[in-house]
Design a protein around this ligand. Structure first.
Ligand SMILES: [Cu+2]
Length: 175
């Protein structure tokens, strides 16, 4: 093996190493991107039994309910909710005051690690104002939950008539 071919081989090897390094960098970037996308989409959060009430004719408001589970080891909090169906969405809580059921806006909904929080009638709920269209049973709307850490969760929420929900609750009592 001549000195010249040795140098050529060495150059070729160096070039391969360089390509390999670029390849590794790209691969790592893709992995980082996937990890980030996953964190943004999930954040250890699952949402079940999401429903929003049918609008009462002549009104443009409704409230949404759901069970939210934080399976992660981190304490999370919902700080905002948005929807393409409404320009104004607020986090609300019902409470008894002087024998009257009242509701008030809350800053956030805490989701401690490894717990579930249930948004339900007479409790925490998501309030939708100025609905662009009446909500009818059988339809569904999109709701985006925004977390304190910047992540988001898109939730498809079924529109249910009040009658329908009552029937289901009655059914649950039989168990
Ligand atoms: Cu409310």
């Amino acid at each position: 093996m001549s000195v010249k071919s040795g140098v050529t081989n060495l150059l070729r090897f160096t070039k391969t190493l360089g390509s390999l390094r670029i390849y590794l960098l790209i691969t790592l970037s893709i992995f980082n991107f996937l990890a980030l996308t996953k964190a943004l989409a999930e954040a250890g959060i699952t949402v079940e039994d999401a429903y929003v009430r049918e609008t009462i004719p002549g009104t443009t408001i409704s409230s949404a309910y759901m069970k939210i589970t934080n399976a992660s080891a981190k304490d999370l909090a919902i700080v905002k909710a948005t929807s393409s169906a409404s320009p104004r969405v607020e986090l609300h809580e019902h409470s008894m005051a002087d024998g009257m059921m009242r509701m008030r806006q809350v800053e956030d909904i805490s989701l401690p690690a490894q717990t579930s929080v249930v948004l339900q009638p007479s409790g925490l709920h998501v309030m939708l104002f100025d609905l662009k269209q009446p909500l009818q049973a059988g339809q569904s709307i999109e709701l985006v939950l925004h977390f304190a850490n910047g992540s988001e969760q898109l939730v498809r929420v079924e529109v249910q008539s009040i009658k329908q929900k009552r029937a289901q609750q009655t059914h649950h009592h039989h168990h």
